[in-house]
Design a protein around this ligand. Sequence first.
Ligand SMILES: Nc1ncnc2c1ncn2[C@@H]1O[C@H](COP(=O)(O)OP(=O)(O)OP(=O)(O)O)[C@@H](O)[C@H]1O
Ligand SMILES: O=P(O)(O)OC[C@H]1O[C@](O)(CO)[C@@H](O)[C@@H]1O
Ligand SMILES: [Mg+2]
Length: 544
Amino acid sequence: MGSITNPTSIPQSIREASGHLLHLKSSPPSIKVVPRSRGDMRRRVMAPEGRSEPKLIHGEAGYALEDVPLLTDYIPSLPKYPNPLQKNPAYSAVKQNFVNVDDSVAQKIVVHKNSPRGTHFRRAGPREWVYFDSDEVHACVVTCGGLCPGLNTVIRELVCGLSHMYGVTRILGIEGGYKGFYACNTIPLTPKSVNDIHKRGGTILGTSRGGHDTSKIVDSIQDRGINQVYIIGGDGTQKGASVIFEEIKRRGLKVAVVGIPKTIDNDIAVIDKSFGFDTAVEEAQRAINAAHVEAESVENGIGFVKLMGRYSGFIAMFATLASRDVDCCLIPESPFYLEGKGGLFEFIEKRLKENGHMVLVVAEGAGQELISESMRSKDHKDASGNKQLLDIGLWLSEKIKDHFSSKKSKMSINLKYIDPTYMIRAIPSNASDNVYCTLLAHSAIHGAMAGYTGFTVGPVNNRHAYIPFYRVTEEQNKVVISDRMWARLLSSTNQPSFLTEKDIEEANKKEEPPAHKFKEESHHDHHHDVLRVGDNGAADSSNL
Ligand SMILES: Nc1ncnc2c1ncn2[C@@H]1O[C@H](COP(=O)(O)OP(=O)(O)OP(=O)(O)O)[C@@H](O)[C@H]1O
Ligand SMILES: O=P(O)(O)OC[C@H]1O[C@](O)(CO)[C@@H](O)[C@@H]1O
Ligand SMILES: [Mg+2]
C-alpha cells in the first residue's frame, strides 16, 4: 500500500490559499497578487459573476495548481470513509492504491532550464478517504450534444466502475440529454443492462441540443436524491455542467458534478484529445480511400471528401496526415481563396496536370466566409445556439465543376463528392478509444467519490487530471496554423498554404493567451497550449 494521506490533509499552504481565495469577493482588476508567504506566491483570478472563484495555488519556481472544488469547500463537516478499494480483490496486489494527495499534472512538459514550472492540475485517481458511503450513492449519467464513438463505452464503464469498485447499486440513466432531467424518462442502469452496449454506436440514453434549464435540472437532481452527476458532452455540455455545479453549490447540496469531455471535433481545450477522435480518423480513411480509388480510375478525377469539424479541423488534418492520398486539406482555421494566382483552382489544375487525379478533403467549417459572401445567407443557429453551417462540400464541388466547365478553362474534370460526416461518428469506438473511455470513467468515479466536484476529467500529457470547468470552457481547442503540425501537413500534401502575410499576422495574434493567464506562462511556448493532439501529448510536434 502506498502513500496514505488523508485527502483533507492538503498541505497547509494549499488549504490556506484555497480558503482565502474562496472567501474573497470579486472586484477589478482581473488578476491580483495576494500577500506572499515564504516561497508561496498566490495570485488571484477573478471569476465572472455567479461563478466560483478559481482555486489557484502558487508555489516555488512559478508552480501553479489550478485546483478543483471539494464538497467540503461549502459543506465543511462532511463525514469521510475509508476507500472500499482497499478491500477490493482486484486491487489487492496494487503497490500504490491511492494517488498521493499532492500529485499534480503539469500542463507543459517541454521546459527550459530557467522556465517557470507553470500550470498544473490535480492528478486523477483513487484517494484513501472518500466522502460517500457506497450505500448512500445515487448516481446519474446523461449524454448531451452530438454523437461520438465511445459514448456507450463511457456509460458502461461508469456503471461497472461504480458498481464493481465502490459497490454502488443505484445508478440512473437520464434519457435525452439535459432536458431529460425534467422532460423525459429515466432508466435504471446495472452492470448487466449495460454489459454489451460498448459494441453499439450512439448512446443508449439518447442525446439532445438545447433545453438547458438550470433550475429545473437541479430541482430534478434534488427531488430524486441524486448525489453524483456524470455529464458526458462537448464544450456546450461542460458549460451547462458548470452552471449546474454553481446552482448545486448555491443550494448547499452534497452532489458531485463531474464532466466527461466528449467531442468528435476534438475542440475541447486542455485535454490531450477526446475519446472517439481516433475512431473517427480511422473511419474517415475509408472515405478517403474510396475517393482516391474513384479519382485515379478516371481522367482528371477529383475525389472530394467532407469531414466533420465545425470550428476545429483536427479530423480533416489527422485523416489527411494518416492517409497520404490527400492532395489538399482545407480546415476552418486556415483561410483559402479560389480564383487567381495561388488560389485553389490554380492548384487543382497544377496537380491534375502532374498526377492526372487528386483527392481533396474539406472540414465542414472551412471556407464559411466564402459561402456566406456568395450566398448572403442568414445566420441560422441550432437549439444549443451553435451556428448552423452552410454546406461547404456541395458548394465547393459546384464551384470547382463550374470553373473547369467554363470557357476559360481548357481542362475537363471528373469530380466525385463523398459526404461521410455522420458515418464517422455513428460507429462504435475502436480498441484504443475503448481503453481510453474506461480510464476516463474510472477517473471520474474516483474524483466524485473523493468529494471533488465541478471538474472535467481528462488526460493532460497522458496523465489523467481533474480540470476546473472554466479551463475547458473558456476557449476551444483549434488547429494552430502557425504551429509545426500544420506545416507538416502542408509539406506532406505539398499544397499551398493559401495564406497572405496578413493572414499569418492574424494567426499569430489569435494565439494570444486569455487575459487572465499568468504572466509567468504567457511569455513562452503558448502554442503548446492550443494544439493538444500532436502537440502536447504523445506526438509532441516539436519532438517529431
Ligand atoms: N453556455 C451554456 N450554458 C448552459 N448550457 C449550455 C451552454 N451551452 C450549451 N449548453 C447546453 O449543453 C448541451 C449540449 O451543447 P451543444 O449542443 O453545444 O453540444 P456540445 O456539448 O458542445 O457537443 P458537440 O458540440 O461536441 O456536439 C445542450 O443541451 C445545451 O443547451
Ligand atoms: O447535426 P448535429 O447532430 O447537430 O451535429 C453536427 C455537428 O456536431 C459535431 O459533430 C460536433 O459539434 C460537429 O462537427 C457538427 O457540425
Ligand atoms: Mg460543441
